[in-house]
Design a protein around this ligand. Sequence first.
Ligand SMILES: Cc1ncc(COP(=O)(O)O)c(C=O)c1O
Length: 352
Amino acid sequence: MGNPGRSNNPEMNRLPFRTRSLLARLLNVSDSSRVAFGHNATHMINLGIRGLVRQGDRIITTSMEHNAVSRPLRYLEKLGIIELVILPCSTTGLLDSEDLRHALKQQKTAMVIVNHASNVTGTVNDLTAIGSIVRDYDAYFMVDCAQTVGAFPIDVEKDCIDVLAGPGHKSLLGPTGTGFLYVSHRTNPEPLIFGGTGTRSGLDYQPDEMPDCYESGTQNFHGLAGLEAALQYIHSRGIAAITQRKKELCTWVLDGFKNIPGLILYGKTTPENRSPVFSVGKKDVDIADIANALLDDYGIITRTGLHCAPWAHQTAGSYPMGTVRLSPGLFHTREDIDMMIEAVDSVFRKMK
Ligand SMILES: Cc1ncc(COP(=O)(O)O)c(C=O)c1O
């Protein structure tokens, strides 16, 4: 098909630029070259963290982070490179802005890393409030938007975001094997991977220019073509309408779940600032039994366990067993949700 940046296939050479521009527009990034593509959110989070952290840095994060954030941070802490401060969130997964301000006041901090929404409780953090506090203390603000990009508004300028990492395959509706990193003009992470970029081939050293410096080797251009189509759909439907739909999904599910006997819901019970992931359990019942009954009797696919986020389960009170997570998507209808609620109701009544 012709490798973009290598071959002279004009159509292929334009593809990554078009996808980048669509994504930049969604995030209010004025210079689309500040967006680099990679394989998934984890890859891009590692690039952001490993590229920016320096010996002796103090890093603040939260007790709701996914292993994609917590493991690279714990690794750097273990090597003695960073001092890690983990701010406890509420049981619903909300970060208290005053706790953050207090922690920033105590000591010079290099970077604050938070998720926009938890993959366990669905709680959506107020990035604008958090970002302005972080900027007051002149630290870098890094956001893991794996659970929100494409579903909730993100404005890198308004939210004072310096580094934003996300996947292409969740609410952006793109193919797996795609992810992105935005870096503001204030930051300049070191690359994670060095090699051919298709540009400045005569240099012995990695070129400095964005996004090339982060995109060594042949990229997932099939994936970017899919992501382009997905972004066109998101722009045509509009992020406000999508967020509204997510709120409707939350309203329907929360209304239905509140009448199910014995159902423990982790996270907020109101639909505001909540994404439609529902972590549930029942006292003294193995979550695997719930998940198996939902799959075998109703064909409902769930995820059980700790969802790569043990800290979040510790915070929510569902550690070590974890939960059964139901995650309806943008294209589920009211009928689908009613069917799901009925199925959960019936399974929970049977589980003693
Ligand atoms: C909050 C959060 N961060 C990071 C990730 C990692 O995403 P990826 O699988 O694209 O690396 C996930 C995946 O579920 C997530 O929910």
